[in-house]
Write a protein that binds this ligand. Structure first.
Ligand SMILES: *Cc1c(COP(=O)(O)O)cnc(C)c1O
Length: 378
């Protein structure tokens, strides 16, 4: 497989059998979204207007008071933290990440610590852990609030962790203290109705990553309480250029193409036939397994590779393979796939090779199966 543009950069294209990962490029933009970006490229626009209008469109889709496109869920965490610390005070927008004289503590349950929580620090926030790895009780949570508490960060994908209070419980306590709750729901978008569930359950702000709804890898948005979204808007890059203050948010800059692509991708995500999408995955997995069915000693299964990298039975979006040589052989097969031409990226989980098809384009699943046949017949 050659692509002239990648030849020029001397990088090899990759068949992505891992799923939506930032470091493999995120997802793929639809032709309609691509067309919108192309059109936008032929005209300038006042970015403040485009951000305001796109925010209104996202807010009405999510049934939120307000929303703002930002360059990804990580950026959303940083800018939302800044908004919760600085509020609508322009001098504070300029002062960040120096938080002298401002509330700067961000509560997080210890069992909720995760890699993106460090985005809080960038805005000058200081994480305050509550509870233990085994969970948090409501009294501990109640006692964690102090006069310097600016926000509580709640990663939605960790809500089901044993011993941790629900979003409703956390929000109720936070509300009593007048502290906003930011929910990182980066990939909680399937089914699309899930995206609307966090605000009614008590969140003040909810952020999403566009990569997971087939928008740009460099985009996302935050939605929720109008006063806080206004603070995000006040802090962001446009106000640095055209407002009164040299705001903290200037580096989180976006192109106009990215903004229209984010809204366009979410509209398509809401309108999509998701059952057809899932049955398409199942068909690809069935076809791959069919091609590999005669290999002696190789066991393949249709499975669900979850966003948090576990294997369940349903709905099917991947094929797993086990080899007679166990984990060592599986590691070797994955390495051979990656170093071959075209390069094929797969996941190894324990003694299983995982080939996820969400991001496997057109007929690439057949190329994967054929290469596996070659490698495993050796
Ligand atoms: C990918 C991800 C992020 C970061 O999102 P970006 O849009 O890539 O910045 C944050 N939280 C979770 C849970 C994610 O999976």
């Amino acid at each position: 497989m050659t692509l002239p543009v990648f030849d020029k950069f001397r990088v090899r294209p990759v068949i992505n059998a891992c799923g939506i990962y930032t470091d493999l490029g995120g997802s793929v933009l639809s032709p309609r979204v691509w067309q919108a970006m192309y059109e936008v490229n032929h005209s300038f626009v006042r970015m403040v207007d485009l951000l305001d209008r796109s925010g209104e469109m996202l807010a009405s889709m999510l049934r939120a008071e307000a929303a703002r496109v930002v360059p990804g869920a990580s950026a959303a965490i940083t800018l939302s933290t800044a908004a919760c610390i600085a509020g609508r005070d322009g001098n504070a927008w300029e002062q960040l990440p120096d938080t002298s004289g401002l509330k700067n503590e961000v509560i997080i349950q210890k069992a909720h610590r995760y890699k993106y929580d460090r985005m809080v620090w960038i805005a000058g926030g200081r994480l305050v852990e509550v509870g233990s790895n085994n969970g948090t009780n409501l009294l501990q949570l109640e006692q964690a609030f102090a006069s310097r508490t600016a926000m509580i960060l709640f990663p939605a994908h960790l809500e089901s962790k044993a011993g941790t209070p629900s979003l409703e419980e956390v929000s109720r306590i936070a509300r009593n203290h007048g502290v906003p709750v930011l929910v990182d729901a980066a990939y909680m978008n399937d089914p699309p109705s899930l995206m609307k569930s966090f605000l009614p359950r008590g969140a003040d702000l909810v952020c999403f990553s566009a990569k997971y709804f087939w928008g740009p890898n460099s985009s996302g948005f935050v939605c929720g309480r109008r006063d806080l979204i206004e603070a995000v808007a006040g802090i962001d890059f446009t106000r640095f250029e055209s407002g009164k203050y040299l705001t903290f948010g200037r580096p989180w800059k976006m192109d106009r193409h990215i903004i229209v692509a984010t809204v366009g991708a979410l509209e398509e995500w809401f309108a999509m036939d998701h059952e057809a999408r899932w049955s398409g995955y199942r068909e690809k997995v069935t076809a791959m397994r069919g091609l590999l069915s005669d290999l002696p000693g190789i066991r393949s299964e249709p499975k669900y590779f979850t966003m948090d990298e576990r294997l369940l039975d349903n709905p099917v979006n991947c094929m797993t393979l086990q080899c007679p040589g166990g984990a060592a052989q599986v590691e070797q097969v994955s390495a051979d796939l990656l170093s071959g031409d075209p390069s094929i990226a797969t996941v190894v989980l324990d003694d299983k090779l995982v080939a996820a098809v969400d991001t496997v384009l057109a007929d690439q699943h057949l190329a994967i199966a054929e290469r596996l046949l070659k490698i495993l017949r050796r």
